[in-house]
Write a protein that binds this ligand. Structure first.
Ligand SMILES: Nc1ncnc2c1ncn2[C@@H]1O[C@H](COP(=O)(O)OP(=O)(O)OP(=O)(O)O)[C@@H](O)[C@H]1O
Length: 455
């Protein structure tokens, strides 16, 4: 943000406002006013026409920060939120006003400037003032020939990925299991200047806390019992490239603190190590959880949430974009034609209608599995039937039709997830209820196309 751009501070805590003013002045920015209420803010906006607004979410005046934000959105004045701890409803309402960033109190100068830089870049790209450099010959949809779909929500996600990919910004991919988060994470990497450097994945849910930190940051020989050799962590392995943190919502609180530090300082310390090591890593995180709810229930740190939520991309569940089912079904038919050596596969319109009527709790992954299975069950060229899993009041064990073991396993896992409110790992999670390690449950769910997360 250049010094010529004017920033208005809307903050009713004088000390915070003043600190901000000093920091911004030091950074060469021009503060065109400080408003302690929405009324003052409106007057200053009319009078000074700021380019940016820094806005406290919890203004203790008649009009809250969020209400004022809606007005800013309407007037197309870009803004960033400043906030202390807050609840889920406020966070969700705040997110809906499309801020260009969040700052958590207390924040440091560096956090402020990084946020402003990211915000400015995003705004520049969105308004066409900055043209992102594209690092790969784009596919027809501009990102990846293996990302198909023409519905509005998927096109929206594709557009966002094109904007953010060439930057260094962290990306947060939100969506149920099987909606394509990993596929999109790869696309972001491939469209960035880091594309020839490593893409490293860590599934935060698949490891016990004790191993997670050494997985992420590495350890020195002798760091703990059993550490017979030095181990290089995933952050170091991803140096120069991208680190994909899948299931970030499952990251234990202790590891969250460390992750936040690494994101801010851009350096890691191996367990048992005695010096920091600089790392240049772009982080893409994904979750199927409602992070606002996790923050409200104190399972996820607010500051980390804000740090990751700089650029959220939502991947819609398949049931909310049924118009893509036919396109995806056709894409998978073509894919399996090659891999299964079955040329000329077709699907009857009746079969397609059945696919469109189903809700797809396991999203695209479930659709993919279903089509593969159906191809294997069909002797000829045309798929005319679809064996969809039973829905609604499913039979338990005796009584109804005989279920396959896989169907039984699926039902049982779904039941456990229902009891645990969608939580997989940790205390009271489905894995604990089923008495199996969380990582085993995760791989079973993946195989069966079951989503977790809030229902
Ligand atoms: N838009 C798409 N077009 C075609 N195939 C897709 C698309 N999105 C996802 N897929 C395919 O669907 C499957 C599931 O996608 P992916 O593994 O990326 O989902 P996910 O959201 O990361 O799931 P999870 O949360 O369970 O890890 C993969 O085989 C992927 O290749």
């Amino acid at each position: 943000m250049s010094g010529k751009e004017k920033i208005l501070i809307v903050e009713d805590e004088f000390i915070v406002a003043n600190d901000l003013r000093i920091m911004l002045a030091k950074g060469g920015y021009s503060v065109c006013g400080i408003a302690a209420s929405a009324e003052q803010a409106r007057a200053l906006i009319a009078q000074k026409q700021p380019d940016w607004v820094l806005l406290d979410i919890m203004l203790k005046t008649a009009t809250t920060g969020i209400e004022l934000a809606r007005e800013l959105l309407h007037a197309r004045i870009p803004f960033l939120y400043i906030s202390a701890n807050t609840n889920q409803r406020t966070l969700e309402a705040a997110r809906a006003t499309q801020p260009y960033g969040f700052l958590v109190k207390p924040f440091r100068e560096r956090d402020l400037f990084v946020m402003l830089d990211i915000a400015r870049y995003r705004y520049g790209v969105e308004t066409g003032m900055i043209r992102p450099e594209v690092f790969e010959e784009p596919a027809a949809n501009g990102i990846d020939p293996d990302i198909v779909g023409e519905s509005t929500p998927i096109e929206d996600a594709i557009r966002k990925v094109r904007v953010v990919a060439p930057t260094a910004t962290s990306v947060l991919l939100l969506g149920e299991s099987g909606t394509g988060k990993e596929r999109f994470a790869h696309a972001v990497h491939r469209l960035s200047a880091r594309r020839n450097k490593p893409f490293v994945t860590v599934n935060c849910a698949a490891l016990p806390v004790s191993l997670l930190e050494s997985e992420l940051f590495g350890h020195e020989r002798g760091a703990f019992t059993g550490a017979n050799q030095r181990r290089i962590g995933k952050f170091e392995l991803a140096h120069g490239g991208t680190l994909f943190l899948d299931e970030i919502g499952e990251l234990p609180l202790e590891a969250q603190v460390k992750l936040l530090r690494v994101l801010q300082e851009k350096e890691i310390e191996r367990l048992g190590g005695d010096r920091p090591i600089s790392v240049d890593v772009r982080v893409i995180a994904a979750t199927n959880r409602n992070l606002e709810q996790e923050v409200a229930e104190q399972r996820f740190r607010l500051d980390l949430y804000y740090r990751l939520n700089v650029f959220p991309v939502e991947l819609p569940p398949l049931r909310e974009r049924k118009e893509d089912i036919g396109i995806l079904a056709n894409y998978f038919l073509r894919k399996f034609e090659t891999s299964l050596g079955r040329k000329g596969l077709k699907m009857s319109s009746g079969a397609l209608r059945l696919l469109e009527q189903y809700d797809w709790p396991g999203n695209i992954r479930e659709l993919e599995h279903m089509i593969e299975r159906q191809i294997l069950l069909t002797p000829g060229d045309e798929i005319t039937e679809i064996a969809l899993p039973a829905t609604g009041n499913q039979p338990d064990t005796v009584g109804g039709p005989l279920l396959t073991l896989e169907e039984m396993e699926r039902m049982h896992i779904m039941k456990a997830l229902k009891t645990s409110n969608g939580r997989v790992s940790g205390k009271g999670g489905a894995a604990e209820l089923l008495d199996i390690p969380a990582q085993t449950l995760y791989s079973k769910m993946k195989k069966l196309g079951i989503r977790s997360g809030y229902q």
